[in-house]
Design a protein around this ligand. Sequence first.
Ligand code: 13P
Ligand code: MG
Ligand code: MG
Length: 370
Amino acid sequence: MKTTISAFRADLGGIGGHLRPSATVCSAVSDYVRSELHSLLKDTDISFTGDDMTIVATHTQGCDDRAVHEGLMEALRCGARQAAEEGLYGAGQDLYREAFSGAVKGLGPGIAEMCFEERPNEAFLVLTADKTRPGAFNLPLYLAFADPMVCAGLLLSRKLHQGFRFVIMDVAYAAHDRVVSLEAPQDLYDMAALLRSPERFAIEAIFSRTTGDQSVAVSTARLHNVAGFVTGRDDPVAIVRVQDHFPSTGEVLAPYAIGPFVPGFLRGSHAGALLPVRRNTGVSFFDGPPIVSGAAFCVKQARLTDAVDVFDHPFWDHAARQIAEKTLSIRRQGFFGNAMLTLDELSQSDIINIIRELDDRFVTRKPKAS
Ligand code: 13P
Ligand code: MG
Ligand code: MG
């Protein structure tokens, strides 16, 4: 019997703005899961990162199962109703009544899902990020799966030596899912050419080239493009199976010490250094900064162990101080240059109209006839 991990993430509303959900919203979600979904699901873990709630559910129904998806969707709706009752900001922000793609997948939550035959020791991580986009995982995953400077296993273990297959999505393409499959190490430079643009391309999945097994699934919702108006910012969730034929937990976590600049942050319009935080941490500075939290689990017959809070360690407190310095440093230049996203990226904000309204005041200096 295969085990399925389904991770659903959604912004159901925040206290005081886009900061964090209320305890009662979290309970509304977990109460529904406990009372209504206990026979469908084997186990669940519920947490929040910034203003986004994540339900991790294990079951044996396979990927894209209608009952599971509708059940988890209803749990999130319960949270959104509770948020609306409390007057939370942006209550139900990420849940739509109508699907944009005709399935629960298009109804708003970010979904990462994986179905596999359990290994005897099935270890995996769930990483969730707020105030950024799915492409925020590009650099950490690239380094963990394709760069021997980080992934020592590529040199030290035959199980990893053949490398990995990356499936990368063009998240700006609104009509359909547009993806490309590239192999590391052969296609490394082509991969880098795409992954350098997290606002345009995002890793969707990674597979072992030795076994063909899937290690990574990232929610690559394109909702704020598909919807055609400014919605939530597609804050992402990733499932990463680790160890054996996959990189080790340490190899997957190490790149987060870099704190790469990612798009998102205040009004989804700025660059900030991705800060690793403990589970159930809100945001604060400049509606951010962009944060990532992580839980490590083992799963046996679809039953989860306790979650280990992977960034809850003195090492990460030290790294976080350096990463916060990066964010403070770029914030000093305010709206200027790389601190704010490009006009293309801001195409759904009013700056485009403001610049258009200035058109009439521009004059063109034509060369004088001699
Ligand atoms: P979220 O996408 O996390 O709701 O943040 C939106 C925003 O505009 C913050 O300033
Ligand atoms: Mg929000
Ligand atoms: Mg959010």
